[in-house]
Design a protein. Structure first.
Length: 243
């Protein structure tokens, strides 16, 4: 998506592309190349995935809120994980929890050990939570069934279990690895902000987990896996492909 300006400059304002069916407009050419590129990327990263449904993902408005973890207040009690999984799954499970607590060893492979959140070598406990990404939403764009939508009440990116097939593509697409496929239900689960009253924030004894008005937290927290994350400046180029 970030290559669109260069692509438009190369094509020119009045240039079309000849085909057997006629001429393709500049806008249509951009749309076709964008979709083709996205398809090739999906096949390369996830294997042969039927991604046609994901191309119809509507442009999502920003969520109303997001969870913010204050690492300086965290005492590693992990009550946030227990509150999340018990409320949503009826089980005390850090694996099923939508918030992932762990030692601050580092970011994804290749990064210096102990470097995260801009502080090298602190090795403190940190909690990774869903950033409620703005459009394009990585997990939603990757889903082959279009099963991740914006909640009508909170705007949180929520899994529709009726559409989810448990393929796990979304777990690979999330740069912070905070989506889990429940082995019992074979459905993906992620933070949906508990309909506007997150249980993890309510259970935190030190106020380390806060529910705040939405702000873009993507660049303030290093990813833990490659995933998919669009350049924050490219969202405006998405509109033609979703019209």
């Amino acid at each position: 998506m970030s290559q669109h300006p260069a692509l438009l400059l190369e094509i020119g304002d009045d240039t079309g592309v000849d085909t057997a069916a006629g001429r393709i407009s500049r806008r249509d050419f951009v749309k076709i190349t964008s979709i083709t590129g996205a398809g090739m990327f999906a096949v390369t990263m996830f294997g042969r995935v039927p991604f046609a449904a994901a191309l119809k993902t509507p442009i999502m408005s920003d969520a109303k809120g997001v969870l913010l973890h204050d690492i300086s207040r965290c005492v590693a009690c992990r009550r946030c994980e227990l509150a999340c999984s018990e409320f949503n799954d009826g089980a005390a499970s850090s694996y099923l929890a939508r918030v992932k607590v762990g030692r601050n060893f580092g970011a994804m492979k290749g990064s210096p050990a102990g470097k995260a959140e801009g502080r090298a070598g602190d090795f403190r406990m940190q909690a990774d939570t869903c950033k409620q990404c703005p459009h394009p939403v990585p997990c939603a764009e990757a889903c082959p069934k279009g099963a991740i939508r914006a909640d009508s009440k909170t705007g949180a990116r929520k899994v529709d279990e009726k559409l989810c097939i448990g393929c796990g593509v979304c777990t690979k697409a999330c740069p912070w690895a905070v989506i889990t496929v429940n082995p019992a239900t074979q459905k993906a689960s992620k933070c949906y902000l508990c309909d506007g009253s997150p249980e993890c924030a309510r259970a935190c004894p030190t106020g380390a987990m806060k529910y705040i008005a939405w702000t873009d937290l993507r660049l303030s927290t290093p990813p833990v896996q490659p995933g998919i994350m669009a350049d924050p400046s490219t969202s405006s180029y998405c509109a033609p492909c979703h019209s």
